[in-house]
Structures are given as structure tokens and as C-alpha cells.
Design a protein around this ligand. Structure first.
Ligand code: ADP
Ligand code: MG
Length: 729
């Protein structure tokens, strides 16, 4: 039974790092080689087409058909020079992956001969037969068509011999079926609202874009061991496995020297990433054994999201060459750290200013504080929705654990910034302020020092922390599409900035000076969002109690948390900013609920299968040897001696037998709960039932298996153990 495990281990022991044949050239000499970026556009397009595309990217203007034809021709010429034979629209359906359907350039020419063609029409729009993607009821079969449409703002790229064109994915009736559509809408809403607020300070600003720098955590597992663990193969996480005697207690993995095989893998996928124009920068060992992180230099948020989806794909592919599997799951192993995807987020202007970076004078600091306070207020007003945006089955195993961000949303600002906010709240008067009072406040603002950037306290227990020139949203799951969180954050901040501008203008209308109006609205926002600010230990019991007292939500139920998307406040944020329609929200929640139910169902099935077909037979085998042993003792010893010797063995037999009985009983109970839950039609009730009636079995059954692992003969145990999965490479 343990053959597969031991042969896998043997295979791993014989592994060597893959020999790389990477060019000696500098990264900048091949960076973005496989991307149809502005440089290539200028080279391969007519001046007219090039200008039209640049304007479309910068200003969102539509592209005419003749221009699209020109772009298609240029793009095709560039791609074919690189041996490309196929093209695909590349999109982000509401699954955990990206989707592509390849078509070759091959077509019939006018005289019936076969030639390579690519036209503006197919560049701009495609109609993939995509009726199998989740749509939450938006696409019934009679309107099953979904369209993909070119996203000009994200450049086309080449993977192997395929030209990939980033697209949105919408239904026949124009509704979003993907992550990108609402992301683009939320970015546009943020742009509009932020520019209006910027104009209080600087009339030259024409555009504000969100910036995103993600940090991607992941585990690497040797391929042979991976294949010996059906739970990893089918459920992306281990559903059983006793904690290794040593894992991360000594903190000796974090930032440790990177193992050779792993380093070869990293260099290899980074090379691929560079060619795709992904500016990866940081690599290091993470806290858990075999856990690592990579992070790029931040980019415009839409591009950053595409690059994150793309790099996950690249990593998966390159890993296979190195006989590794990448685990992006949020909690592949119990008892040790899970993986997140920290979303570092800020806003940048077309004049090159980071709106969340402290400035050099009172005016720029006032702009900085305005945006900072509005983000805090937005998080305060949308804390439930933000929680919902990162909540799913995978992340439910991670969030709230004592290594991951708590499942309660709060904002960490550090004492320095907190003091400034307190200062404003206490000094600004609601009545007309004297010039003396205003000067005093402004003087205070002028003193925010630049060294502050390196000075930020690092509170790792906060799910939403200010880190000097950006916010870091840490609750995002490692396997998630960043969009889900970014859509909500952009929309929430857009809504808040819109309200802010309105309130300031109203005060100005009442005769207040602009600066005074801004201070007064800021003061109100600071006071109104006091409850979301928390500087202490987010893992502590006291915070949990305190957060509830403050009215922050802490419900750990996934389906109930997802319901936050349907609240009036959430709709004001999402529908009010034009990010999602009511119907799109409903469909998304339905998709998420179904995903949750299906994942628990799959995990239940896999665990049941492993428990009954792998673990129980192994335990029975070992029990039989023990029984034979006891019988043997009786044969060769007299009664007294036998009684003395057999006691411990008999106890062990009873222990094993009890675990076996309980595993069998629990497995059949779990199956009958699943059967009952499966008859429920309503997706919300079904998910709730799966959560309360089925999900608890996963932990319970596992606990018996994990105890068996400790007593059953190691030679017989069929699945690679945690110490092997985590320490063999
Ligand atoms: P740490 O682990 O210390 O938080 P990392 O260097 O791993 O930091 O990651 C920080 C990320 O934040 C990087 O992707 C970086 O580019 C990004 N970042 C820095 N400035 C901004 C900004 N203004 N907007 C968005 N992301 C940013
Ligand atoms: Mg970070």
C-alpha cells in the first residue's frame, strides 16, 4: 500500500536542479520581448493607427473598424515573425483561472488558396461557445452566447506560439460575465471621482489611475509526492496529515537561503515573466517550509491583475519542467501558515504624483491626507463588502487563523498618521475658523517628514495597513483573482470621493473657503470612521470582542458573508458607481455560493474516498498484524507473562479499532448529510447547509485519520506525510 509513497520519495531523493540555459544578456535587453507594447506598436503600425490606439488607451476613446484592421495586420506581422500560428482572446471568467480558445491564422484567400489572415473584426470581438462558464443564471441556454471584446488598455502577448489578446467577457445582453469588465468600470469610476477631488488642489490633473503591486505567496511540492496525494491533485489542499514534529517553529525558513532546485525554478519562471513584460522584483522564502513569495514592481491596476493571472499560469507551467507543482491554495496544510496575496494599492495621477504619498509642503500634504482619510472612510463604510470580496471556501481555512489577517476588517495607520488625524479632528472647528487656527493646522501638516516612509510601524496583524505610500490589503487569498478585491476597493473609494467632493462643494456654496471646507469634511470623516481604525494586535481575543462592540462584522460564515453584496450599502457602492448592475451582483453571488458548495462537496468526496479506500484498509492491515502478534504471545508465554505483555498491544488494537469505527460512521453520516443538502434548490440555503452540516465532517474525520497516522506502522502508511511533503526536495 505504501509503495507509491516510497517510490515517490526515492524519486525525490535523486532529483537535481534543472540546468538552465538562460541568456547572459541584461533583463532590460529582452524585457517585454513577447508583448505587443507601445514600442512594437510604433514599429508595426501606421502613425495614424498608433495614435488612435494610444488615445484609446489614455482616454478610453473607441477604435474604428478601419483602425482595428490596421492594428490587426500589424499585430499579426509582429507575431508571425516570432513563429506564432494561433491567436486567442484571453479572458477572466468567474472561475479561479483564465480562459482561452485558440484559433489559427489559417483562412481562405480570395482565390481559394490557404493564407494566414487576421482582421480587425476578430481582434475586436469574438463569440466563443462559452456556455459552460459560470454565469449565475445570466446566460440561459437560449441566450447562451457570450462575447469577448478587446481590452485595448492591456497589451497583447505571446505564449508559446499563440498570440493572446486580453479581453472582457460579456453576455449577449451586455452583462459582465467576468472579472475584468467590472474592474475596468470601477477604475473608470475611481478616475472620475478622484480627478474631481484632485481639482481642489491641482487643476492640471486629468487622470487618476489605481496602482497595484501584488505579493504572491505559494508552496512548491515535488511532483512525485504530489501525485501520491490524491487530495492535493483533486482538492488543491491536504485533507489529512498529522503536523510534522518540526515545521515553522524555529522561523528558520523565512528569508532563508533559497534551495537550489527552487532557485532554478524561480530564475526560469522569472525569465519567462520578463519576456511577458511582468516586472518581477522580489523573491524569498516565506514562513512555512516550502513556502515562497514573488512580487513585481507595481503597475496600473488592470495591467497588474492581468500580469498576476498570467504569472500564475507561467509558474504552473514552468514548475512542471522542474518536477514541481505550485500550490496557490490559501491553506494547503493545516497548522502551518497559509498563503495570501497582499494587494498593495494606491492612486497615481497623470502628473506623476502618488496620492497616498506624503508631500513636501502643507498643500501637497493636505492632498495626501484628503485621499488617506477618504480611503479610511471608504473602508469603514464598506467593511462588510470588502470582507465579502475576499471570502470564499479556500480563504475560509486561512483567514482568522493566528498567522493570517483576521477576518475582521480594520485599518492600521501607525501612530504618526493616527496622531495627525486626531489632531485635525480636535483642532478643526465646525464654525468658521480664524486665519490663526487655519495656519496652525497647516503648519502641522507641513511637518509630515519624508523619513516617515521608512518609519512606518509594521503591524502584520492588520488586514488593511497603511505602509507609508500605499495601503496593503492583506486578506486577499493567494489563489484569487485580485480583481474581486480591487473592484470593491476602487468602487468604495470612488463612492466616497464623490460624496466628499459633494460635501466640500456644498460648504463652499455656503460661503466657506475651500481649505476650510476640506478640513471640516475631513474632520467629520475622521470622526465617523473612528471604529475602523485599530493599531493593536488583530489576533487577540480582546480585539474580537472590541470589534463586535464597534459594530464591525466578524461572521465567519462564507455564505452569510457573501450576502453582504446584496445589502443596500453595497448596492450604493457597486451600482451607484456603475461598477455592477443589480442583476450582475445577484449572479455573482450565486456563482460564489455555488463555488463554495461544490468545493465542500469535492473535498467531502475526496476525503471520504481516501478515508475508506486508503486509510481504513491500512489501519485494518496493521491491526491484523497486532492481533497476530497478541495471538503469538499467547502461544509462547504462560498466562501471567502473556497478561503482562499483551496489555499495551491490546490497548493499541482497541484505539485503532475505535478510530476505524468512527471514521466509517462519520463518513457515512457525511454522505447522508450531503444527500440531504443536495436536494435543496436555493443556492444560498444549500451553501449554508453545506457549511453547517457537511463542512464540519472534514475536520472531524481528519482528526481520527491524523491520530491513526501516529500509531500505524510507518512502513504501511500510504500517503506522503507532512514532514515528507514539506521537507523533501
Ligand atoms: P513587503 O513584503 O515589505 O510589504 P514587498 O517589497 O514584498 O514589500 O512588496 C511591496 C509591493 O508594494 C511591491 O509590489 C511594490 O511595487 C508595491 N508598491 C510600492 N509602491 C506602491 C504604490 N504606490 N502602489 C501600489 N503598489 C506599490
Ligand atoms: Mg507587503
Amino acid at each position: 500500500m505504501a509503495e507509491l509513497r516510497f517510490s515517490a520519495l526515492k524519486e525525490v531523493f535523486s532529483r537535481e536542479p534543472v540546468e538552465l540555459n538562460l541568456p547572459k544578456a541584461t533583463v532590460s535587453s529582452y524585457f517585454a520581448d513577447n508583448v505587443f507594447d507601445k514600442l512594437k506598436m510604433e514599429r508595426y503600425l501606421s502613425r495614424e493607427a498608433y495614435r488612435a490606439v494610444i488615445t484609446a488607451i489614455d482616454e478610453g476613446t473607441p477604435i474604428t473598424r478601419p483602425i482595428a484592421d490596421q492594428v490587426a495586420t500589424g499585430m499579426q506581422a509582429w507575431a508571425m515573425e516570432r513563429g506564432v500560428t494561433h491567436f486567442t482572446h484571453w479572458f477572466h471568467p468567474l472561475t479561479d483561472a483564465t480562459a482561452e480558445k485558440h484559433d489559427s491564422f489559417v483562412g481562405r484567400g480570395e482565390r481559394g488558396t490557404i493564407i494566414e489572415i487576421f482582421s480587425g473584426a476578430v481582434l475586436v470581438q469574438q463569440e466563443p461557445d462559452a456556455s459552460s462558464f459560470p454565469s449565475g443564471g445570466i446566460r440561459n441556454t437560449f441566450e447562451a452566447r457570450g462575447y469577448t471584446a478587446w481590452d485595448v488598455s492591456s497589451p497583447a502577448f505571446i505564449v508559446d506560439s499563440t498570440l493572446c489578446i486580453p479581453t472582457v467577457f460579456i453576455s449577449y445582453t451586455g452583462e459582465a460575465l467576468d472579472y475584468k469588465t467590472p474592474l475596468l468600470r470601477s477604475l473608470a469610476a475611481l478616475d472620475r471621482a478622484a480627478v474631481e477631488v484632485c481639482h481642489f488642489f491641482d487643476k492640471d490633473i486629468k487622470k487618476v489611475m489605481a496602482t497595484l503591486g501584488w505579493e504572491q505567496e505559494y508552496f512548491l511540492i515535488d511532483e512525485a509526492l504530489y501525485y501520491a496525494r490524491p487530495d492535493l491533485v483533486l482538492a488543491d489542499r491536504t485533507l489529512m496529515g498529522h503536523q510534522s514534529a518540526k515545521d515553522q517553529q524555529l522561523s528558520d525558513h523565512y528569508f532563508g537561503s533559497i534551495p537550489e532546485r527552487v532557485k532554478a525554478f524561480m530564475r526560469d519562471f522569472e525569465f519567462e515573466a520578463y519576456k511577458l513584460g511582468i516586472p518581477v522584483k522580489t523573491r524569498h522564502n516565506e514562513v512555512a517550509p516550502n513556502q515562497f513569495e514573488c512580487a513585481p514592481v507595481y503597475e496600473e491596476a488592470n495591467l497588474a491583475v492581468d500580469h498576476n493571472q498570467l504569472i500564475m499560469d507561467v509558474m504552473r507551467r514552468v514548475a512542471r519542467k522542474h518536477k514541481f507543482r505550485v500550490l496557490f491554495h490559501e491553506k494547503p496544510f493545516a497548522e502551518i501558515n497559509g498563503s495570501g496575496k497582499h494587494n498593495n494599492w494606491s492612486m497615481a495621477t497623470d502628473t506623476g504624483v502618488n496620492l497616498l504619498s506624503p508631500g513636501k509642503n502643507p498643500k501637497s500634504n493636505m492632498q495626501f491626507l484628503t485621499f488617506l482619510v477618504n480611503v479610511v472612510k471608504a473602508v469603514n463604510d464598506n467593511q462588510e463588502l470588502l470582507r465579502a470580496s475576499v471570502t470564499n471556501e479556500n480563504n475560509s481555512w486561512r483567514l482568522g487563523g493566528h498567522e493570517a489577517p483576521p477576518s475582521i476588517i480594520s485599518v492600521f495607520l501607525g501612530t504618526y498618521i493616527s496622531d495627525i488625524l486626531e489632531d485635525i479632528a480636535s483642532k478643526v472647528k465646525d464654525k468658521k475658523m480664524t486665519p490663526q487656527e487655519k495656519t496652525e493646522i497647516k503648519l502641522g501638516l507641513g511637518k509630515i517628514p519624508c523619513i516617515f516612509l521608512d518609519n512606518t510601524d509594521r503591524n502584520r496583524t492588520s488586514p488593511f495597513a497603511f505602509t507609508g505610500n500605499r495601503f496593503e490589503f492583506r486578506a486577499v487569498g493567494s489563489s484569487a483573482n485580485c480583481s474581486s478585491a480591487m473592484i470593491v476597493l476602487n468602487a468604495a473609494v470612488a463612492r466616497q470621493l464623490k460624496n466628499f467632493a459633494r460635501e466640500v462643494n456644498a460648504l463652499i456654496g455656503k460661503g466657506r473657503k475651500k481649505d476650510e471646507a476640506i478640513f471640516q469634511v475631513l474632520k467629520k470623516s475622521i470622526i465617523d470612521s473612528e471604529r475602523i481604525r485599530f493599531e493593536g494586535d488583530g489576533y487577540s481575543e480582546e480585539w474580537h470582542r472590541e470589534a463586535l462592540r464597534r459594530g464591525l462584522s466578524a461572521d465567519s460564515s462564507v455564505p452569510r458573508t457573501l450576502k453582504a453584496y446584496m445589502s443596500d450599502s453595497a448596492r450604493e457602492t457597486l451600482v451607484g458607481t456603475g461598477t455592477l448592475t443589480d442583476r450582475e451582483i445577484e449572479s455573482r453571488v450565486e456563482v460564489e455560493l455555488e463555488k463554495f458548495t461544490k468545493k465542500v462537496q469535492i473535498e467531502g468526496r475526496v476525503l471520504g474516498d481516501l478515508a475508506i479506500n486508503h486509510i481504513v484498509p491500512t489501519a485494518v492491515c496493521y491491526m491484523t498484524t497486532l492481533i497476530d502478534n497478541v495471538k503469538g504471545l499467547r502461544d509462547i508465554f504462560d498466562e501471567n507473562e502473556y497478561m503482562r505483555l499483551a496489555g499495551a498491544r491490546k490497548d493499541l488494537i482497541v484505539t485503532i479499532s475505535d478510530h476505524i469505527s468512527l471514521i466509517k460512521k462519520l463518513c457515512s453520516e457525511m454522505i447522508s448529510e450531503r444527500r440531504k443538502a443536495n436536494t435543496i434548490e436555493d443556492p444560498y440555503k444549500k451553501a449554508l447547509t453545506y457549511e453547517s452540516k457537511v463542512k464540519p465532517f472534514l475536520e472531524e474525520i481528519r482528526s481520527h485519520i491524523d491520530k491513526l497516522e501516529l500509531v500505524v506502522d510507518n512502513e504501511m502508511w500510504p500517503l506522503p506525510k507532512y514532514r515528507e511533503l514539506l521537507f523533501t526536495r
